[in-house]
Ligand binder design. Structure first.
Ligand SMILES: Cc1ncc(COP(=O)(O)O)c(C=O)c1O
Length: 347
């Protein structure tokens, strides 16, 4: 059995925060403090504009991923309807649909990418006639079947929500996560590739979805036609988000270089990406069982957690046959440095 023999620096968890951003962040926070506007003001606008610049789609900042997911599900009108959801995901995904009043039908994944399978998606869509569906980009790469599923959903009037909680920095031939479906939802939780501690971002190319999300995060203001709640992001959080999104391309480049230099030569059983795809490398996934690792992306598929007897063989297989090698951002050492210092990496 192989061990997760990562370079020690890479294996030590750090939040993807660059110390060079400390002083600029303090200046932004001072700006917010002095403004006497700690919510619903210009820092949120600046954060959203910067996110759009990176993501190639307009963005709505939220206090959580869940707020964005609920806004999208609410727009899609899933109450009393069916939502398709991969089983190989975090429980947040099916629970959001359940809380929006939907019935969840689970879909199997591919073994190659851990993401939802087009073949099973098509079969389940034919059987259950869903109102909406989730496509989850597991691990930091784009789901390999994203394009086919997006085309199928567009042709069959299924509202497609991309769960981009892992997908910061992911692209395929330059196209970013969140631009395949009707909406994409990012998490800014404390362990993500970039983070604000807590927070979320909804992106969409559809102005009516963006308007709905803006109203949904703010109790339906100004017209109160949308029955939302409070999912606003504070101006202080937006300041942190602003320095983080501006640093994202460098973090992703750093992680990719560190993976190429130090991990790829050691892990021939790693997940292979198709041509033109860039992973943000939230997780470095290998099809092996490592003694020392950050564990599995998920130990159990959601249908098992929820006691469903659905037959989803690939979701069960994936849970038993992969591990994650730790790979955390350490800009102070540089992606190429640890091995040249150690000569041979520790195991
Ligand atoms: C796939 C997936 N979806 C949704 C979420 C929920 O994000 P948050 O914890 O920010 O609410 C997570 C969190 O880790 C996740 O991994």
């Amino acid at each position: 059995m192989t061990t997760a023999s990562a370079i020690p620096e890479l294996a030590q968890f750090t939040i993807g925060f660059d110390q060079r951003d400390r002083a600029p962040l303090h200046a932004l926070i001072d700006e917010v403090l002095d403004s006497n506007r700690w919510s619903e003001a210009s820092m949120t606008d600046r954060f959203e504009a910067a996110w759009e610049g990176w993501n190639q789609a307009p963005a709505v900042a939220l206090s959580s991923w869940a707020g964005g997911a609920l806004a999208a599900l609410h727009y899609a009108g899933v109450h009393g309807a069916t939502v398709l959801c991969p089983s190989n995901t975090f429980m947040a995904t099916p629970l959001a649909a359940i809380h929006a009043g939907a019935k969840v039908e689970f879909v199997d994944c591919n073994r190659e990418d851990l993401c939802i399978s087009f073949a099973d998606f098509e079969a389940k869509a034919n059987r259950h006639k869903p109102r909406a569906a989730f496509l989850v980009h597991i691990g930091g790469h784009i789901a390999f079947d994203a394009q086919r599923i997006a085309e199928y959903c567009a042709a069959n009037d299924i509202f497609l929500i991309e769960d981009c909680a892992h997908a910061h920095g992911a692209s395929w031939n330059g196209r970013k996560a969140g631009t395949y479906g009707d909406a994409g939802i990012y998490s800014l939780y404390a362990t993500k590739t970039i983070s604000t501690g807590e927070g979320g971002v909804l992106v969409s190319k559809r102005p009516e979805v963006l308007d709905h999300a803006r109203a949904f995060r703010n109790y339906g203001k100004p017209s109160f036609e949308v029955q939302g709640l409070n999912f606003r992001m504070s101006e202080l959080t937006a300041a942190l988000g602003l320095v983080q999104i501006e640093r994202l391309p460098e973090i992703v480049a750093w992680k990719n270089e560190a993976a190429r230099e130090h991990l790829d030569p050691r892990y021939p059983s790693r997940l292979e990406l198709p041509g033109g795809m860039v992973s943000g490398l939230y997780k470095y996934i290998v099809f092996d069982w490592l003694e020392r690792s950050t564990g599995r992306v998920y130990d159990q598929p959601c249908h098992r957690i929820m006691g469903s007897d659905a037959e989803l063989p690939n979701s069960d297989w994936v849970a038993r046959n992969h591990s994650c090698v730790p790979l955390y951002y350490h800009p102070e050492t540089g992606p190429g440095e640890p091995a040249s210092r150690d000569g041979e990496a520790a195991s």
